[in-house]
Design a binder for this molecule. Structure first.
Ligand code: NAP
Length: 521
C-alpha cells in the first residue's frame, strides 16, 4: 500500500526531484550550511546529515534561513540513529523532535529509518508527514538480500518514498537491486542502491531501473556511505541526468579496477560522439560473477583487464583470428542474440602510434617481455612485416612466442652491440616507481623507446632513453589507441582520439599531483 501523500509537497515532489541528491555533512552547524551554500549553484537537491553534528538542533535556524534564501532547493533532513548505522546517539523522542523541527525549517523531505519508525505510534509518523514528505529507509550494511520481505515490512508504515539500501559483495548484487527496482518501481516511489565498492554501478543503473533518485558525496573525502561517488562524477563523467532505458552499458571488468582510467576516457568519447551510452568500472572478483551480470543487465561491450584477459576466452562464442593467436582478449561485444564476441585491441595500441612515426615493414623492433601485452605487440608487428626480437626474464615463454610468431630471440648479453629502430617495454618494470628500469643505459640503442607503462608518465627507462638520444613514445598513447579501437568496434564510429588523449592526460596529471600532495614532506 502506498499511502496517500498528506501534503501538497509530497504529491508533487517526485516530479521536481533531480536524480542526484548530495549528502552534506559537517561537525559544525555553520560549516554544514557553508557547505550547502557552496554547493547550491550546481546542486539543487541536498541532504542535511544532521546526525553528523554533536547538537543537531543548533543547525536548524541556519537551515531555515538557508531554505528561505534558496527556495529552489529541495532538502532532505536525516538524523540517523547509531543503531541504524548513523551517528545520532539521542533517543527516539529526540530524533522525532529534530525531524519535526527540520520540517518546520523548510526541509521538504524527512528520512526516518524503519527501525525507528517501527517503534513509533502511527500518529507520530503521520505527524512527520504533515508538512514534509517522508522517506522510510532501510540499510543493510552486510548484504543485498531479502529486499522484497523488507519492502513488505516497510510498506505497512505509510510513507512517500521507500529507500532500500543493500551492500554489494558481488557484482550480481547490483542486478538483484535493479530487478527489485524494476519489479516494484511502478507501485511505490522507491530509492534503491547498493553500498560498497562493488555497488557503485547500482548508483547509476538504479535510476535507470526505477530508483527516483540516488545519493552522491560532495567530494571524494566526504562520503557518507561506502562506494558513494561524487555528484560531479555522476553528472559530468557518467551523464546520469540523461540516462534512460535506451542507454547502452559498457564497462571495464577486472580485479582490481578502482584506479582504471578507462571510465574517464570512454565516457568522454561517448559524450563527444553523442552516443547514448555509459561506461562503468565493474569490479569482478570472479569471472562467473561478471558473466552472470553481462547476461542480465545486459552489457553491450566490455574492456577486459587483469586478471581475466586469458581466462575469458573459453566463455566467448567467437573470437577474431588475431585474438586467438595472441591468446588474450581485451574487448568483448555482446551481440543482440546474447552471444559474446572477443577481440584484442592491444595490438592496434602498439601498431598505431608506431605507424604515425615510422614504416613498420622491415623495422628492427625489440620487445621486452613475453606476457599478454608483449604477445599482442609481437603478433601485431609481425603482421606488418617488422623484424621482431624478444627478450624475456624467463626463457620458455619467449621461445614459445618466438616460435608461434616467427620472431627471433635476443640475448641480454648482446644488447650493448645491437641496434634497433624501436625498443618496446612490455614488462611491468618501472610501473608506479621511477627507480627501476628493465634495461641499463648502455643497452638502449634505438631511435624510439616505447614504454607501455603509463603511470608514472615518465619511467626511469624513458629518462635513460632520452639521455641516449632516443625519441620516447609514452604508454598513454597505447592506452588511448587500444581504447579508441574498442570504441570503434562497439559504436561503429571513428573515435575522437584527440579528446580521449586530452582527458586521460589531465586525469593522469591530477593523479600525480594528488600523489605528490599526499607524500609526507
Ligand atoms: P603479464 O602478462 O603479466 O606479463 C608480464 C611480462 O613481464 C612477463 O613476460 C614477465 O616475465 C615480465 N616481467 C614481470 N616482472 C618482471 C621483472 N621484475 N623483471 C623482468 N621481467 C618481468 O603482463 P601484461 O599484461 O603483458 O602487461 C605488461 C605491461 O604492459 C604492464 O606494465 C601493463 O601495465 C602494460 N600494459 C599497458 C597497456 C597500455 O595500454 N599502455 C596495455 C596492456 C599492458 P616472466 O615471463 O619472466 O614472468
Amino acid at each position: 500500500m502506498t499511502a496517500a501523500p498528506n501534503s501538497y509537497i509530497a504529491r508533487f515532489l517526485p516530479l521536481r526531484l533531480p536524480r542526484v541528491c548530495v549528502a552534506v555533512t559537517d561537525s559544525d552547524p555553520s560549516g554544514l550550511v557553508d557547505k550547502a551554500e557552496a554547493l547550491v549553484r550546481d546542486n539543487t537537491f541536498l541532504e542535511f546529515r544532521l546526525d553528523y553534528l554533536p547538537r543537531p538542533s543548533l543547525a536548524l535556524p541556519r537551515i531555515k534561513r538557508f531554505m528561505e534564501y534558496h527556495p529552489h532547493v529541495t532538502a532532505i533532513a536525516t538524523c540517523r540513529r547509531t543503531a541504524s548505522g548513523g551517528k545520532f546517539k539521542g533517543s527516539l523522542a529526540a530524533q522525532l523532535d529534530i525531524l519535526g523541527k527540520a520540517s518546520a525549517s523548510g526541509c521538504q523531505l524527512l528520512d526516518i529509518e524503519l527501525q525507528s519508525a517501527a517503534k513509533c505510534k502511527p500518529e507520530q509518523v503521520k505527524r512527520l508527514r504533515t508538512r514534509s514528505a517522508l522517506i522510510l529507509s532501510y540499510h543493510d550494511f552486510r548484504a543485498t538480500k531479502n529486499l522484497e520481505p523488507t519492502l513488505d515490512r516497510m510498506v505497512k508504515i505509510p510513507a512517500d518514498f521507500y529507500k532500500v539500501v543493500g551492500t554489494a559483495t558481488t557484482l550480481y548484487d547490483n542486478v538483484t537491486m535493479m530487478k527489485f527496482l524494476e519489479k516494484f518501481g511502478d507501485r511505490y516511489s522507491l530509492v534503491g542502491l547498493c553500498m560498497g565498492e562493488q555497488g557503485i554501478i547500482s548508483r547509476l543503473l538504479g535510476v535507470r531501473a526505477g530508483s527516483v533518485f540516488t545519493f552522491a558525496a560532495v567530494s571524494p573525502d566526504e562520503k557518507t556511505a561506502p562506494g558513494q561517488t561524487t555528484a560531479q562524477e555522476l553528472r559530468n563523467t557518467y551523464r546520469i541526468e540523461q540516462m534512460d532505458a535506451a542507454t547502452r552499458i559498457y564497462g571495464v571488468a577486472g580485479d582490481p579496477v578502482a584506479h582504471s582510467l578507462s571510465p574517464v576516457i570512454m565516457n568522454a568519447a561517448l559524450r563527444r560522439e553523442n552516443v547514448n551510452g555509459v561506461y562503468l568500472a565493474l569490479h569482478a572478483k570472479t569471472l562467473k560473477d561478471l558473466l552472470a551480470c553481462v547476461r542480465d543487465i545486459p552489457i553491450h561491450g566490455l574492456s577486459i583487464t587483469m586478471p581475466y584477459k586469458e581466462a575469458i576466452l573459453k566463455y566467448l562464442d567467437n573470437t577474431d583470428s588475431h585474438t586467438t593467436k595472441i591468446g588474450a582478449c581485451n574487448t568483448v561485444v555482446r551481440a543482440q542474440d546474447g552471444k559474446l564476441y572477443g577481440f584484442n585491441t592491444d595490438a592496434a595500441g602498439v601498431v598505431r602510434p608506431l605507424e604515425q612515426r615510422i614504416t613498420i615493414e622491415k623495422a628492427r623492433i625489440l620487445v621486452l617481455g613475453a606476457g599478454g601485452a608483449a604477445r599482442a605487440a609481437v603478433f601485431g608487428l609481425k603482421e606488418r612485416g617488422a623484424e621482431v626480437y624478444i627478450l624475456n626474464r624467463t626463457a620458455a615463454p619467449a621461445q614459445k612466442l618466438a616460435h608461434q610468431a616467427r620472431a627471433r630471440i635476443a640475448k641480454r648479453a648482446d644488447l650493448k652491440k645491437l641496434v634497433f629502430d624501436v625498443i618496446i617495454n612490455a614488462t611491468p618494470v618501472g610501473m608506479g616507481n621511477t627507480r627501476e628500469s628493465p634495461l641499463n643505459e648502455n643497452e638502449i640503442n634505438a631511435r624510439y623507446l616505447f614504454d607501455m607503462i603509463y603511470d608514472p608518465e615518465e619511467t626511469r627507462l624513458m629518462k635513460l632513453a632520452k639521455g641516449r638520444g632516443a625519441e620516447v613514445i609514452p604508454g598513454i598513447e597505447m592506452f588511448v589507441h587500444q581504447a579508441a579501437r574498442q570504441f570503434e568496434i562497439w559504436t561503429g564510429k571513428p573515435a575522437p582520439w584527440d579528446d580521449m588523449l586530452r582527458v586521460v592526460m589531465l586525469a593522469l596529471q591530477e593523479r600525480t599531483a594528488a600523489r605528490q600532495a599526499a607524500r609526507p614532506t
